[in-house]
Ligand binder design. Structure first.
Ligand code: PFF
Length: 450
């Protein structure tokens, strides 16, 4: 029944697509404000530890599972479980990932819409010599205009689903070749500017001088969740990309490169932002609006600032776009590989569901502000917390357990294809450190230990 599956042309296209999935709003929008909300350096330290001890090994695991099965996450888990004579219930791990992807895109697309609207603000020259107060007012006005939010969210959804409908190999991968380096370049310009006018010392101190007293269980869970979010782990995106990957590519090298670039990018944005925050006496814990309130101030005071701002937000929109595509690819691959439904129609139907979720999110910043759905959180916060701090780490935990304890050892060894030393490191992190870290944080939060 299955229709034709795409495949990456070579290692480089896979790497760019996976980096495209990883690099997105998570690095540029989310990491900086999470650092501020969770107490600065304590969060950064735990986040980096999570990337190295949990993120990197689990990214290898997820790619390995996808490539071994060569299928979408649901069928992949079903097949791998059969191969290991394990319960077929494992397939629901794939299903949970698909649901997580849909829920994430529901709010991700709204933030993507904020970025698009900031491109138009820049093009209208509205950042020229803007004051911090004026910048905050601009952002609040955007949040208070549901029509504007919904319009931009719709544009972002149409852009995303259009690429998804066309399929994996004809998508955006080639564009990543230029876009990721361009994003780095403009970031360095921004960083240089922040260094010259901002308070880089305070930013550095805030982000990197460790203060262990600020490491709380909630900050740890947020850092862990963000490591998953930032590397696109725990929901099958990386698994489905791995399933299109040829057998002769080294999973370990590719993973390490992606994780390093992804983390570095996020931390650089953080430094650039906090140097401005401290120099302008803004509050570090401004929340999701942080970059939208601070960056216009920087752009508004530099030569050709509006041009740079338009360029910057355009690159961020591209980064968000390539991530958004990977959020729906698992579900679309599942429909296409299991039914007669064609890709474009499947994409349209799924797009409508996500678009409706996004409308609810857009309204939650104004008219639906008081609606709470989970533990007293509003619509946006509930979706964010449910996915990043529960579904993704849980997905990662189960994948680690499956790969480490259920799968036949020679299957994973074949696929990872590592020397004995690196295989042992992977095994210790995948089988012991990563699952223990996730479990301990979950148990602590449930009040069962500590
Ligand atoms: N990693 C993306 C970012 O940092 O913006 C977001 C994301 C994409 C999360 C794909 C999860 C995912 F499966």
């Amino acid at each position: 029944m299955s229709q034709h599956r795409g495949a990456w042309k070579n290692r480089w296209t896979f790497m760019l697509a996976t980096a495209g999935s990883a690099i997105g709003l998570g690095n540029i929008w989310k990491l900086p404000y999470m650092i501020g909300v969770n107490g600065g350096s304590a969060f950064v330290l735990v986040f980096i530890a999570c990337i190295f001890f949990v993120g990197i090994p689990l990214m290898m695991t997820e790619i390995m599972l996808g490539r071994r099965a060569q299928k979408n996450p649901f069928n992949a888990m079903q097949q791998l479980a059969a191969e290991a004579n394990a319960s077929s219930l494992w397939k629901y791990l794939g299903a949970m990932g698909m649901v997580a992807g849909v829920l994430i895109l529901g709010f991700y697309s709204v933030i993507g819409g904020w970025v698009l609207s900031y491109i138009t603000f820049a093009l209208q020259g509205s950042f020229t010599a803007i004051s911090p107060a004026q910048s905050s007012v601009n952002f609040d006005n955007l949040l208070k205009s549901p029509y504007l939010l919904i319009t931009w969210h719709t544009v972002f959804m149409v852009m995303t689903m259009w690429v998804v409908a066309r399929g994996v190999s004809s998508g955006l991968e080639k564009a990543n070749n230029i876009l990721i380096p361009a994003l780095f370049a403009i970031l360095l310009i921004l960083l240089g500017y922040s260094m010259s006018v901002g308070d880089m010392q305070a930013a550095y101190h805030f982000m990197f001088s460790p203060d262990f007293s600020k490491i709380t269980p909630v900050a740890m869970l947020s850092a862990l969740g963000h490591a998953f979010f930032s590397l696109s782990l725990g929901m099958g995106s990386v698994m489905v990309y791995g399933s299109y990957l040829q057998r002769n590519v080294s999973i370990a090298n590719t993973t390490i490169c992606i994780a390093l670039v992804d983390t570095l990018l996020g931390l650089l944005v953080g430094l650039a932002i906090y140097a401005l925050v401290f120099a302008n006496h803004l509050t570090p814990n401004a929340g999701p609006g942080l970059i939208f309130q601070t960056l216009p101030i920087a752009f508004g005071h530099m030569p050709f600032g509006n041009v740079f701002a338009a360029l910057f937000f355009t690159l961020v929109a591209f980064a968000a776009w390539t991530s958004a595509i990977s959020l729906v690819e698992p579900t679309i691959a599942w429909v296409v590989e299991n039914t007669q439904v064609k890709r474009p129609f499947a994409t349209l139907c799924l797009g409508i569901v996500i678009w409706l979720i996004g409308i609810a999110v857009s309204l939650s910043f104004s008219v639906w502000k008081d609606i709470t759905i989970m533990f007293g959180f509003g619509i946006f916060d509930s979706l964010d917390k449910l996915t990043s701090t529960i579904m993704l780490p849980l997905g990662g935990l189960l994948m680690a357990i499956f790969a480490g304890y259920v799968m036949k050892p020679h299957h994973r060894q074949d696929e990872l294809n590592l020397g004995i030393r690196y295989y042992t490191i992977w095994k210790i992190t995948n089988n012991i450190i990563a699952p223990m870290a996730i479990l301990l944080i979950f148990l602590y939060l449930l009040g069962l230990i500590g």
